[in-house]
Design a protein. Structure first.
Length: 410
């Protein structure tokens, strides 16, 4: 077994080599996608081991997040192909100016270098992260959660086969072999070896990275996502949006966890929500909600919890400003939505809600790299520097200045 330090040293050396050109990268990505589908049987066998180990230890919705099948592997391969079809973000002249003294100053996009990703029980993150990092010119170091390790190992083996088949150094894609907490700590403290760390997982993982990292990190989101049903909402539309945002895949970060309802439509909307969610979603309501429907009384933590399950917290608010204030107090700044036919209300909501993605009359489930046309995503950044929202190729580049003169001195 290679140590984490050995893997990082190899990654750093690889990042220092001349990067493949756009055509080489695209050919390699297509080969990686083909290798992934060719290795489907081995990947499914590895995933079955992970599923067996996880059974009884994690919730059914989290097991679904871990599970792979032929369709999901095909989707992962298609995600890689979609990245190959995107424009190369590296080497772009972002800005150019010629100074009075004759100096030509160009601001040019360049890869970040070694990008490390710590993630939990989502095998598809392995291929998404590898494809985005490679296309953007970076070397990736993947650290999977223990629950998904065998799946991630099989996926990385296939991806490295694809790189080799295309004549590219396999070390552009690396997997940490140590699944103990020590390896996560090693990545957080690998100054000089890791140029950017992206934690992608639950609140505990994100907090640990924020508090302990000595390398630059981008905080990706826990998603306490809200949907506000305004007094001017189409209630049929609102019901469908809330249902989709909560139940289409409750284990992901863009699933809605909180529904806020304007007092003027609460008596009409809440009974319909109760009927729609009966036997499917547990509703936890504030006092006003519990007066109208037989919801479970919400406790002090429910409006600050990313349930990742068939549970939703519900509150009645006095008006749109009450909804905005509630979101400001409880949101993780991931995704929020307003359902309304009032343009003024929509404008106020989008202007004052400070989240990475703010929707009008649409489900929060669209906060996704693929849905945003980015191919796939490295994660959803809930911070403001330097990336925000779904992180695609451009967010995995930085820039430098190249200055050309003809003998100027100062």
């Amino acid at each position: 077994m290679k140590t984490t330090l050995e893997i990082l040293q190899t990654a750093k050396r690889t990042a220092g080599l001349a990067a493949p050109g756009t055509e080489q990268k695209n050919r390699a990505l297509l080969a990686m996608a083909d290798a992934l589908t060719a290795e489907t049987d081995d990947i499914l066998k590895a995933n079955a081991v992970d599923m067996q180990h996880a059974a009884g230890r994690i919730s059914p919705v989290m097991l679904d997040r871990l599970r792979l099948d032929e369709s999901r592997i095909a989707s992962m391969a298609e995600g890689i192909r979609s990245v190959a079809a995107l424009d190369d973000p590296t080497g772009r002249v972002l800005q150019e100016v010629e100074r009075p003294n004759g100096l030509r100053i160009q601001k040019i996009s360049v890869p970040i270098g070694v990008v490390a990703i710590i993630y939990e029980s989502r095998p598809n993150v392995t291929s998404d992260a590898a494809a985005l990092a490679f296309k953007s010119g970076n070397v990736c170091v993947l650290r999977s959660g223990k629950d998904a390790f065998f799946s991630a190992s099989a996926i990385v083996k296939a991806l490295r086969k694809g790189l080799a088949a295309a004549g590219i150094n396999e070390n552009y894609v690396n997997l940490i072999e140590d699944t103990t907490r020590q390896s996560a700590t090693d990545l957080m403290t690998a100054q000089g070896l890791v140029d950017l760390l992206i934690p992608r997982g639950g609140k505990g993982l994100i907090r640990a990275c924020v508090e302990n990292a000595k390398v630059p990190i981008i905080e990706t989101g826990t998603g306490i996502c809200h949907i506000y049903v305004d007094k001017a909402a189409d209630l049929d539309m609102a019901l469908n949006i809330v249902d989709n945002a909560k139940t289409s895949r409750p284990s992901v970060c863009n699933a809605a966890e909180v529904c806020l309802v304007h007092r003027e439509v609460a008596s009409a909307f809440l009974p319909r929500l109760w009927e729609r969610f009966r036997d499917r979603v547990e509703l936890r309501g504030d006092a006003a909600v519990c007066e109208m429907i037989p919801a479970k009384a919400a406790d002090g933590e429910d409006f600050d919890t990313e349930f990742l399950d068939y549970i939703m917290a519900v509150a009645v608010v006095e008006d749109i400003d009450g909804a905005i204030a509630h979101i400001a107090a409880h949101s993780t700044h991931h995704s929020e939505s307003i359902v309304t036919n009032d343009p003024a209300a929509a404008e106020r909501f989008t202007a004052l809600v400070d989240s990475a993605a703010v929707y009008v009359n649409a489900s929060t489930r669209f906060t996704d790299g693929g849905e945003f046309g980015l191919g796939c995503e490295m994660g959803i950044s809930t911070q403001k520097l330097h990336a925000r929202g779904p992180m695609g190729l451009q967010e995995l580049n930085t820039y430098r200045y190249v200055i050309t003169g003809n003998g100027q001195i100062r």
